[in-house]
Design a protein around this ligand. Structure first.
Ligand code: GCU
Length: 601
């Protein structure tokens, strides 16, 4: 019996049964007490996942997560992180090691650091995003498992850390699977790795996990007074804790006591509130305190609603002059993940005359959303429920719902986000409607202060007549669809098109456009020339002007982006060329067509 118990103990150690746990997402990490673990991490490319499934090694050296070292001259250890190369984290591996440009598989990452565990406090380990699957180990013990490439996660690792040197090892696997979200096929580069910040966050045992401030969607102004709704939740379901919320500029200060769920909520009156809008992106400093911890945030207040075929921002109709953006650095360097990256991309959108961006097809990094808010740019934020998802797989639904929950809980205080999008171009079926309607209801249950949409597909009744016919129209506030007249539909005189959109809801054309290789010139009928793309935009803008009840559009796309599906040599070279900017930030001729068209809106 004794021998068996010893083996079980070793096995459990070797497989690292978690004594840590993934805890609900902690919001506004920028305002917490953090130690950044960004910087060089050692990495080992592990194509056959020897470091995880290897049974050849004896248990003491089993698994790369143990970071084992030879104890005796005769010991056999077939890996050594300290002799392995390093890459910069956050950062995708594809653009940091030429051997990994196309790589889809496992890479192990290792970072050691000195740490002093503050007494009486807890320590969370936070990842802004890891694409796609992450297995996290702290000092050889399992600390968390996460799937989904674009949403943050954190685990309480207090009991796994010790004073002095600690080691974090992460197994990252970006292989694609039919049951994943997104599924195996998608038109963007499968950038793998630890693509966003890694932080240690020090918190009190009981801390404010998340909070929300908002106006009603149609907050009526009475004598220049508006009602701000405030709610907050702590990580423990404990009553009797005092949470204070201060908005000094509005002379608001409220002390609230948590209920047995550890939550508080209140409605506060705000006099002479200046609303957030693209023209006046006003944000207020908000302080949320519990005990001796104070979180500060910059919060904008606005109302957004759909009324008939109009979208109203702060009670006034607005036309969303948008553009779609993938999360890629402006000059072709892989995944974007900083304020600087976002500022450049969003400045290009502003140059275009945009007041709106569709952050496709997944939640972008928090810096991008916050920078857009500061710059006065409205946002459509989306989860990667893209194309042929495994609609009947329960785990797939749970994955999609978790990504939706995490997207909303991270960004629910961002005034510039006005639309949560639950899908892109998903083929019609009862299973798909069941899956998406459940997602839509879930989004609304989490946040009824924003609009729900999804990018549908339009059916062409004939080459010159288009009809939108999607059962999901009942589950969205804004009806959006993608159309590629002039590119995937060989129609060069799009302006003759007629449209049938039988829903009394605002309409956004969430994609239109066509490709061009920057610097390639020729006749406007010559595919891939800038003149072809320029003419396509002219024809599409003339056509779109005739669509009744159009509330906005987000043409596809701001800049050329990498895709493994775009293989035409000398033209695409693994880039989708529908950008109005090249992958080197050069403007194509179609840029000016859209810019001029937006001045007429
Ligand atoms: C689709 C899809 C995009 C894709 C685009 C294209 O509509 O939504 O992700 O990149 O078309 O074909 O370029």
């Amino acid at each position: 019996m004794k021998k068996f118990a010893i083996i079980c103990c070793i096995l459990s150690l070797a497989t690292g049964t978690a004594t840590a746990e993934i805890v609900p997402q902690i919001a506004n990490v920028q305002s917490r007490q953090t130690l950044s673990l960004n910087g060089p991490w050692n990495y080992i490319i592990d194509v056959q996942e020897e470091g995880y499934y290897d049974y050849r090694m004896n248990p003491t050296s089993w698994g790369f997560f143990r970071n084992a070292k030879p104890q005796r001259p005769e010991d056999l250890i077939e890996y050594d992180f300290d002799k392995a190369p390093t890459m910069n984290i956050p950062g995708d591996w594809n653009t940091q090691d030429p051997r990994l440009f196309f790589y889809e598989g496992t890479v192990w990452f290792k970072r050691s650091f000195d740490y002093h565990q503050p007494s009486g406090r807890r320590t969370l380990l936070y990842f802004g995003a890891v694409n796609y699957e992450a297995r996290v180990y702290v000092n050889g013990r399992a600390a968390g498992y996460h799937i989904g490439g674009f949403t943050p996660f954190n685990q309480d690792v207090t009991d796994l850390l010790h004073d002095g040197e600690n080691t974090i090892i992460v197994k990252v696997d970006n292989k694609r699977h039919a049951e994943d979200v997104p599924t195996q096929i998608f038109d963007w580069w499968n950038y793998g790795g630890i693509t966003r910040d890694v932080l240690l966050i020090s918190v009190e045992p009981n801390y404010v996990e998340n909070y929300k401030l908002s106006l009603d969607t149609t907050d009526p102004v009475k004598k220049n007074i508006r009602q701000i709704h405030f709610s907050a939740k702590t990580n423990k379901a404990e009553a009797g804790h005092t949470i204070t919320v201060n908005i000094p500029e509005l002379k608001i200060s409220r002390q609230l006591t948590t209920d047995s769920n550890g939550t508080v909520s209140a409605t506060m009156q705000a006099k002479n509130l200046q609303l957030w809008s693209p023209d006046t992106p006003k944000r207020y400093c908000v302080e949320v305190s519990m005990g001796d911890e104070t979180i500060t945030d910059s919060i904008g207040f606005r109302t957004v609603e759909a009324r008939g075929k109009q979208i109203l921002l702060n009670g006034k109709p607005i036309f969303l002059k948008g553009i779609s953006i993938h999360e890629e650095k402006p000059y072709g360097g892989g995944r974007a993940n900083s304020t600087a990256d976002a500022h450049t991309l969003l400045s290009w959108a502003k140059e275009l005359g945009c007041n709106f961006v569709r952050l496709a097809h997944y939640p972008h990094n928090e810096y991008a959303v916050r920078e857009a808010e500061r710059m006065g740019i409205l946002v459509w934020s989306e989860i990667p429920v893209y194309w042929t998802i495994a609609w009947t797989n329960k785990k797939t639904y749970q994955n999609a719902e978790q990504q939706l929950t995490d997207m909303i809980s991270r960004d629910q205080n961002r005034a510039n986000i006005i639309i949560w999008s639950i899908a892109n171009e998903t083929p019609h079926s009862n299973e798909r409607d069941q899956f998406l309607s459940q997602l839509s209801n879930h989004a609304r249950s989490l946040d009824n202060t924003r609009l729900i949409s999804m990018a549908m597909e339009v059916t062409s009744a004939s080459n010159y007549h288009n009809r939108l016919n999607d059962n999901m129209n009942k589950y969205v506030d804004v009806v959006s669809f993608n159309q590629y007249i002039g590119w995937y539909r060989d129609v060069n005189d799009a302006a003759k098109m007629t449209w049938e959109i039988p829903y009394d809801k605002p309409v956004i054309i969430s994609e239109f456009g066509g490709g061009a290789k920057y610097g390639l010139h020729g006749d406007k009928n010559q595919r891939w020339t800038e003149e072809f793309q320029e003419n396509l935009y002219r024809e599409n803008c003339a056509m779109i002007d005739k669509i009744e009840g159009l509330a906005g559009t987000t043409p596809w796309i701001l800049k050329d982006f990498r895709s493994p599906r775009r293989v035409l040599n000398d033209i695409q070279d693994y880039y989708n060329r529908k950008g109005l900017f090249s992958d080197n930030g050069e403007k194509k001729k179609a840029f000016y067509v859209l810019k001029d068209w937006y001045t007429t809106k």
